[in-house]
Write a protein that binds this ligand. Structure first.
Ligand SMILES: Cc1cc2nc3c(=O)[nH]c(=O)nc-3n(C[C@H](O)[C@H](O)[C@H](O)COP(=O)(O)O)c2cc1C
Length: 330
């Protein structure tokens, strides 16, 4: 005789399924969605999906693991909004490097209004590569975003104007190195451009039609996209570096959780975030970025913060894979 799951077991299963759905909205390098979830009755296992990592752009998998960290944080946001306490184990087992984390669902907890707000931001958050407007990001807003980063044991260093010029030159250098590399170009072409009906990658609809007159260059996608952008300079943009003391898988996972926390907070405060990873991808420019931190830590990701023109529509959302390609039910 098969036993009928209790009502609570069913709600736990539903909360875990909701968590994987929320996680699917997470940002990822080139929208690769390099995560795979395994769901059990009372817990979720998070794995890195090697077939969706970037062998040329990201050979150490640092940006893929960072993306998985963002998915992990999105899942936890969903569980909190479902009134579920969750315990996370972040794995450091060298024998099973694909297995990144386990989320175990414990007791019921009251649902805080903040948890609902964060979950709403999960659906709203997206990458908007338009030039920033003339409205500056105020200091209190930046402090709140930095606090969200710190809540995930990661740090945010806001660059001073002089350092922004050093970042601009490092980003430019990284783009030149990458665009001279045929294998890198081929990988970029595989993941970006076109209409992207298959659920991954960055469609032309969200890639700018031309480069805007910025100090720090945005990602060179190797071809113009379809998105019209204003011809304004990003003078009010703020550039910052996510960083921390370690430079291994657990640190990159944490950095992804911090990216998610910061981006959701920024979304709630009306601030746009654009990750800029080219200077992190190339070893020599990553060293330059490390020096910008006065060698006090390892850089994980560069972020552009800015206020966008709310009167014009932003880009559409990027596609996502169907659940059967990111979730296995056990
Ligand atoms: C680790 C990481 C690195 C990224 N690097 C860049 C980048 O260099 N330039 C850029 O325009 N977007 C970058 N992105 C944003 C992704 O392209 C974006 O998250 C993805 O296409 C999904 O789209 P969405 O954020 O609108 O949901 C990065 C995102 C992550 C998580």
């Amino acid at each position: 005789m098969t036993s009928t799951p209790t009502a609570d077991a069913q709600t736990v299963t539903r909360a875990l399924t909701n968590a994987t759905i929320a996680a699917s909205h997470a940002p990822s390098i080139h929208n690769t969605q390099p995560w795979r979830w395994r769901t059990y009755g009372d817990h979720l296992d998070l794995f890195i999906e090697e077939s969706r990592t970037l062998a040329v752009t990201d050979p150490d998998r640092r940006l893929a693991i960072l993306s998985c960290g963002a998915a992990l944080h999105h899942a936890l946001i969903s569980l909190a909004a479902d009134g579920r306490q969750a315990t996370v184990t972040r794995h450091t087992d060298n024998a099973r490097p694909r297995h990144l984390a386990t989320i175990r669902v414990d007791a019921r907890i009251p649902v805080e209004p903040a948890a609902i707000r964060h979950l709403q931001s999960v659906a709203l958050r997206h990458t908007d590569r338009r030039a920033v407007s003339g409205t500056p990001v105020d200091a209190d807003t930046l402090r709140s975003i930095a606090a969200a980063v710190e809540s995930q044991q990661t740090l945010l260093h806001v660059l001073r104007p002089r350092q922004v010029l050093d970042l601009a030159s490092a980003s430019d250098h990284a783009h030149r190195i990458e665009s001279d590399d045929e294998a890198w170009q081929a990988e970029l072409l595989h993941w970006t451009g076109g209409a992207r009906t298959l659920g991954t990658g960055i469609p032309d609809a969200v890639i700018p039609r031309e480069a805007s007159p910025t100090t720090v260059p945005g990602r060179d996608f190797g071809h113009p996209g379809d998105m019209a952008i204003a011809d304004t300079h990003d003078r009010t943009a703020v550039f910052a570096i996510l960083h921390g003391p370690g430079d291994g898988d657990p640190d990159w996972l944490r950095a992804g959780e911090a990216l998610s926390a910061a981006w959701l907070k920024a979304t709630e405060l009306g601030v746009s975030v654009v990750p800029l990873s080219a200077a992190i991808e190339v070893t020599v420019t990553r060293e330059t970025i490390r020096h910008l931190l006065s060698d006090l830590g390892h850089p994980y990701l560069v972020l552009r913060f800015g206020v966008l023109d709310h009167d014009t529509a932003g880009p559409s959302h990027t596609p996502r894979l169907p659940a059967d390609q990111t979730v296995d039910h056990r």
